[in-house]
Design a protein around this ligand. Structure first.
Ligand SMILES: [Zn+2]
Length: 273
């Protein structure tokens, strides 16, 4: 730990056989060629040396957990570098979803205290907190990846509060703003339409409403604000690229140029690599 705090540990080698076993069959790595896979492994080794994992509520951290989280955290940063993750050291992992206390003052000035059940949380200048059943890549499904989501927030927070715009090359800023705003507004309109179509006898929070929300190209949580839209769309970019490219081709192309990766080239490929 002291070495980490002093920045002395540069990399922590990952056994090749263990790496191959953990990465085998992960569909969101299909688009990477051999050189990119080697780059990802090297980044994970640097990431593991720089970060401190701790288990909460009795969760025991082992190398499988650390490597599985590292590879998903490093994937979005593969060609951006790990500098976006410099503002924190700690990654906290819970054995299940965790409860976070919240306080909110409403328009009438009344303080409301409540609890949120979370799969993940990224704090500005602070730790990333994850629920292992959600972070375990073996249990992932298309369009959902809490590790990519939280680390997309970290990239977004490099230049301040998460607003859906991470630091960008100067030539990309106007295109980013236009493309993200257009897609976000379109998504919010689509969500409003779906919510209006759900019959009154169906609870919108219940599983019975899923049939309506399934028509959306992204998880409804993306409508929360532009910061969440970026994080949810980044999850989709890596884990459901065909759906994102179909719904928002300009957004897909923007992310392809920003992340400098093209997950569509792996979609539908053999997963035997
Ligand atoms: Zn989020």
């Amino acid at each position: 730990m002291l070495r980490k705090l002093l920045g002395l540990a540069r990399t922590e080698p990952i056994d090749l056989a263990q790496w191959q076993r953990i990465t085998a069959g992960l569909p969101f790595l299909d688009h990477l060629d051999e050189a990119e896979r080697a780059l990802l492994k090297g980044q994970c080794e640097a990431f593991l040396a720089a970060k401190a994992f701790s288990g909460a509520a009795g969760f025991v951290i082992d190398d499988e957990v650390r490597i599985a989280i590292a590879l998903q955290a490093c994937l979005p940063a593969l060609h951006l570098g790990l500098s976006g993750y410099r503002d924190f050291v700690e990654i906290v992992v819970y054995p299940d979803r965790f409860v976070a206390p919240r306080k909110e003052i409403d328009e009438a000035g009344v303080m409301h205290e409540y609890h949120d059940e979370l799969a993940g949380e990224a704090m500005q200048g602070g730790p990333v907190v994850l629920s292992w059943p959600d972070a375990d890549p073996a249990g992932g499904h298309a369009g959902y990846n809490v590790v990519i989501h939280e680390f997309a927030h970290k990239l977004d927070m490099v230049d301040g509060s998460p607003d859906g715009a991470p630091p960008l090359p100067a030539g990309m800023r106007a295109r980013w703003t236009h493309t993200m705003t257009t897609a976000y507004e379109d998504f919010c309109i689509g969500l409003d339409r779906i919510e209006a179509a759900i019959p009154r006898h169906v609870d919108p929070e219940s599983a019975a409403a899923d049939a309506w929300y399934d028509g959306l190209p992204l998880d409804p949580y993306a409508a929360t604000d532009p910061g969440e839209f970026f994080a949810v769309a980044a999850e989709a970019f890596f884990t459901a690229p065909q759906a994102l490219a179909h719904a928002y081709p300009s957004l897909y192309a923007l992310f392809r140029d920003y992340f400098r990766q093209d997950p569509l080239t792996g979609a539908g490929d053999s997963r035997s690599r």
